[in-house]
Ligand binder design. Structure first.
Ligand code: GDP
Ligand code: MG
Length: 631
């Protein structure tokens, strides 16, 4: 909303400009007035629209043309005052004042005009006959009003209309010549209708109308008022009401009626609530609410936003959940959103805005749908993460099978991949995996194999995949070089993938074998992988990757991740929060024992505790080793 409104009064001398202002302020007609009233400011709380309003007088006797031009360019709305008993003052409206104002204002943002016929107490007849043709000729004239400073008729109305002309201009909404709403306004209201039509049946039911009313006006709609609204539409349009609800046509008709009856502030309230600005474009604040993302943090959708997106998907999903025809599934749809949130959170906010997230989910802004994760460094320190999305950058020489590795994650085997058109290929693939029963997103990013130039984005990830082609003896060298140059000293876990494992393996031309290389650098042995399968390729490798990304510290890693075997259960136990807290507490106790030697009284107690802790740790480790042995 705007900060304030500046109203300027112009017109021929002696038409009563100064008297009108004085009458408004003192609520009585002043017998004697100065040439020009001082500028007055009406505080926000006493104006009908709750905006501070400045009223500015003009006097030819006291002001130069230059001063007048300046005032015109500063004004938000201009009242051209004439006297109803003075023909000449009416003539001057078109011959002098309107052209003068047009010359001194910006062509793109025409200032609204109001024609004010003063001294209505002096005549029996109305000046409207002369005024209406002028109104039709100049679209910038917002309205006209006849009033009298002398008997205080229509004075407060006049200033209310002026305020309204600024705050709720008809210009962007309505075309007086065509007697219809403008296309941009129709577009905006159509979007509002679609967002409010929660079940997407093309009709606003009573429930949906009530929700709409509460969102826009903050007051419930009485059952009788609901009926009245529908009856008004029925009267004006045969197909405006259907199945006892409002159709899009009916909704648009209702707003046309509001505007035609001078109640365009109602339409503006609706438009603004759904994020539109004065030019009927979605507001920057609505689409891009401020969101701070410190370095080391990533962006994810929160539960609330997922629920909303689920409802949007259900609302538009008229197909069954299948991807045989390549239609996006619910799973794929949420993955796409997750990807957008991770890589381009501004765009995600913008799209949430178009879909009306903050309105439908009754949130303060689109930003309340986003979780900014904590810095990765803290995750590593605490050996715990709350993230739901993990990024894996995939490195490999050209032709080593990176794209196949990405596509296989989406369930596409080699046969299916051949059908994907070049322009539809992406350097990203995202889907869900299950790590110890929790659903997590894994985001694979294929890094362009340009050894000399790696961007920060190519380096920043939760896990690195180094992929070579077992049938190409020259492909391992690239992985070894990348690892040595970029990741050997970093804390990011790395995994070696032996791709195209369906083909016969050929000895790699490198000073040591991939297996040896992995052993030397304390990596897991190369993981065989192929996407040349009859059905969808195996997902095990992706679960492993996500697990490693989640627990980069875990040294004794169970790599089967079946989540059922003893090893998985043991791993679950070791990673469980309970054990972590117990362990942290015990450490703290032992530490304190060393520091506060003064606390002699309880020293035997602390001794017992620390011995207990050691026994516990040794036993735990032994148990784990025993369980691991049979493998
Ligand atoms: P300005 O030059 O446009 O500012 O006009 P003024 O406010 O100075 O008014 C000029 C004359 O018209 C004064 O004598 C006022 O008393 C008189 N006047 C102003 N408004 C009215 C009105 O509504 N009715 C009547 N009868 N006289 C008015
Ligand atoms: Mg005056």
């Amino acid at each position: 909303m705007r900060k304030d409104v500046r109203i300027l009064l112009v017109g021929e001398p002696k038409v009563g400009k100064t008297s009108l202002i004085m009458s408004l302020v003192s609520e009585e007609f002043p017998d004697v007035v100065p040439y020009r009233a001082e500028e007055i400011t009406i505080p926000a709380d006493v104006t009908p629209e709750r905006v501070p309003t400045h009223i500015v007088d003009y006097s030819e006797a006291e002001q130069t043309d230059e001063q007048l031009f300046q005032e015109i360019s500063k004004a938000n709305v201009i009242c051209i005052v004439y006297s109803v008993n003075n023909k000449k003052s009416i003539e001057k409206v078109t011959s002098h004042w309107i052209p003068l104002i047009t010359e001194n204002t910006d062509k793109d943002s025409r200032v609204p005009l109001i024609l004010v016929g003063n001294k209505s107490d002096l005549v029996e007849h109305s000046s409207m006959e002369t005024i209406l043709p002028i109104m039709n000729q100049y679209t910038e004239i917002e309205t006209c009003v006849e009033c009298s400073a002398k008997n205080l008729k229509n004075i407060s109305e006049l200033f209310y209309y002026a305020q309204k002309a600024v705050l709720h201009p008809t210009g962007p909404l309505y075309c007086p010549e065509k007697k219809d709403m403008k296309p941009l306004c129709v577009n905006a209201l159509t979007r509002i209708f679609r967002v409010s039509d929660l079940d997407n049946n093309g009709i606003l039911s009573d429930n949906e109308l009530t929700f709409f009313q509460r969102t826009c006006f903050n007051i419930p709609l009485e059952p009788q008022a609901l009926e009245d609204v529908k009856n008004v539409v029925r009267k004006n349009l045969s197909d405006g009401v259907c199945e006892d609800g409002l159709t899009l046509k009916g909704f648009l008709c209702l707003h046309t009626l509001f505007i035609q009856r001078g109640r365009h502030e109602t339409t503006w309230t609706v438009l603004r609530r759904f994020g539109y600005d004065d030019d009927l474009e979605l507001n920057q604040d609505y689409l891009f609410p401020p969101l701070k993302i410190p370095p080391g943090c990533t962006t994810e959708l929160n539960h609330n936003a997922y629920l909303f997106l689920q409802s949007v998907f259900d609302k538009h999903d008229k197909t069954v959940c299948t991807n045989d025809q390549g239609w996006i599934t619910y799973q794929g749809y949420l993955s796409q959103w997750t990807l957008t949130t991770y890589l381009d959170v501004q765009r995600c906010l913008e799209y949430l805005g178009y879909l009306g997230y903050s309105i439908v989910a009754e949130q303060e802004s689109q930003a309340s749908g986003i979780t900014v994760t904590r810095d990765k460094k803290i995750d590593l320190q605490k050996k715990q993460t709350q993230r739901g999305v993990f990024r894996c950058n995939v490195f490999g020489d050209s032709g080593s099978g990176k794209s196949g590795f990405l596509q296989a994650f989406l369930g596409q085997n080699l046969m299916c991949q051949k059908k994907i058109r070049e322009e539809h290929r992406s350097y990203y693939a995202i889907s869900t995996t299950y790590v110890y029963g929790q659903e997590k997103y894994l985001l694979l990013h294929e890094v362009f194999p340009d050894f000399d130039y790696l961007s920060d984005d190519d380096m920043a990830c939760d896990i690195v995949c180094l992929l070579y082609d077992v049938s190409n003896p020259y492909s391992f060298e690239y992985c070894a070089k990348i690892f040595k140059q970029y990741f050997m000293d970093s804390k990011i876990p790395c995994m070696m993938i032996a791709a195209k494992s369906d083909l016969p393996e050929i000895k790699q031309m490198y000073r040591c074998s991939p297996l040896e290389f992995c052993r030397i650098h304390r990596m897991l042995p190369p993981q065989p992988f192929t996407c040349n399968t009859a059905t969808a390729p195996s997902r095990d490798i992706y679960t492993k990757l996500t697990t490693m990304a989640m627990y980069p510290h875990a040294r004794l890693r169970c790599m089967c991740t079946c989540n059922r075997c003893t090893f998985c259960l043991c791993q679950n136990f070791l990673n469980s929060e309970l054990l972590q807290t117990v362990r942290a507490k015990l450490y703290a106790v032992v530490l304190r024992r060393h520091i506060s030697q003064a606390d002699l009284k309880s020293s035997t107690f602390w001794l017992r505790v620390s011995v207990g802790a050691t026994v516990f740790a040794v036993l735990g480790f032994a148990m784990y080793r025993v369980l691991l042995k049979p493998r």
